[in-house]
Design a binder for this molecule. Structure first.
Ligand SMILES: Nc1ncnc2c1ncn2[C@@H]1O[C@H](COP(=O)(O)OP(=O)(O)OP(=O)(O)O)[C@@H](O)[C@H]1O
Length: 237
């Protein structure tokens, strides 16, 4: 049976300062799969991820045309439709960046604050969920005795895992991961890959990766960014 579609782009075009990065990209991503996005450095993979959560809107002189629609609650929603709440989108679509971006606050608060912002939960529930996400991201053992020290003092690989934990805390339906294991040793990267395989039971995962072995190990589908357009590997742009 064909898998349901979670994300659909239609004629998606994107440019920075008049320079076209994505050109008439129409593609679908299946629900509860890991799709790897590959392609040469500088081809626009990270940019494509930004079009799926509207984060590019903070960058000056960018322009986007076309449609990005996601299936939430059984029907497709155009995420750029006037009135679609960005706050809801950010809860539904989590992201881990290529360069870790911990906030200048404690390890604990970095993971807890999206839940604190959402509100309505007891301190105990938040604490339990923070621990769960730090364990899933394979960071708990290294930080459980210094949760209230600054996240900025963590190593690059620890910061990367912290950002994975933060992305998990709201249980997003879509997870965008830009080279999430680039700063990790082999064993930790393998543990994160296992986590992604576990997460895809409930989550649609798009993974930008330069590691062919990783892509082969965990991706259900491979999409290549070629001449500004995303195509399934093996298809012609
Ligand atoms: N904020 C920005 N302003 C202007 N140009 C940008 C900006 N961010 C990225 N670009 C340009 O857009 C192009 C695509 O960049 P992007 O980071 O999306 O590529 P990528 O495929 O993810 O690269 P890599 O594999 O090296 O991470 C590059 O030429 C880059 O210089």
């Amino acid at each position: 049976m064909e898998k349901a579609v979670k994300i659909r782009t239609e004629n998606l075009c994107f440019s920075y300062n008049g320079r076209t990065i994505l050109h008439k990209t129409s593609i679908e991503f299946a629900e509860r799969e890991i799709t790897a996005i590959v392609g040469p450095s500088g081809s626009g993979k990270s940019t494509f991820l930004l079009t799926l959560n509207r984060l590019w809107e903070a960058i000056p002189r960018c322009s986007l045309q076309g449609t990005v629609a996601m299936n939430f609650d059984g029907s497709f929603h155009d995420i750029y439709r006037e009135g679609y709440p960005v706050t809801r989108l950010r809860r539904q679509v989590g992201m881990v960046f290529q360069i870790p971006n911990p906030l200048p606050m404690s390890i604990y608060r970095n993971v807890a604050f999206p839940l604190q912002l959402k509100g309505g939960l007891t301190k105990e529930t938040i604490r339990a969920q923070v621990e769960d996400c730090l364990r899933k991201a394979r960071l708990w053992d290294e930080v459980h005795d210094r949760l209230h020290s600054s996240a900025l003092d963590l190593s690059g690989g620890q910061q990367q895992r912290l950002c994975i934990a933060r992305a998990l805390i709201l249980q997003p339906e879509v997870l965008l991961l830009d080279e999430p294991t680039s700063a990790l040793d082999h064993a930790t990267a393998a543990a994160i890959e296992e986590l992604l395989l576990e997460l895809k039971k409930n989550c649609t995962i798009l993974l930008v990766s330069h590691y062919l072995n990783q892509v082969t190990r965990i991706a259900d589908t491979v999409i290549e960014l070629h001449n500004g357009t995303l195509v399934r590997k093996g298809e012609k742009a």
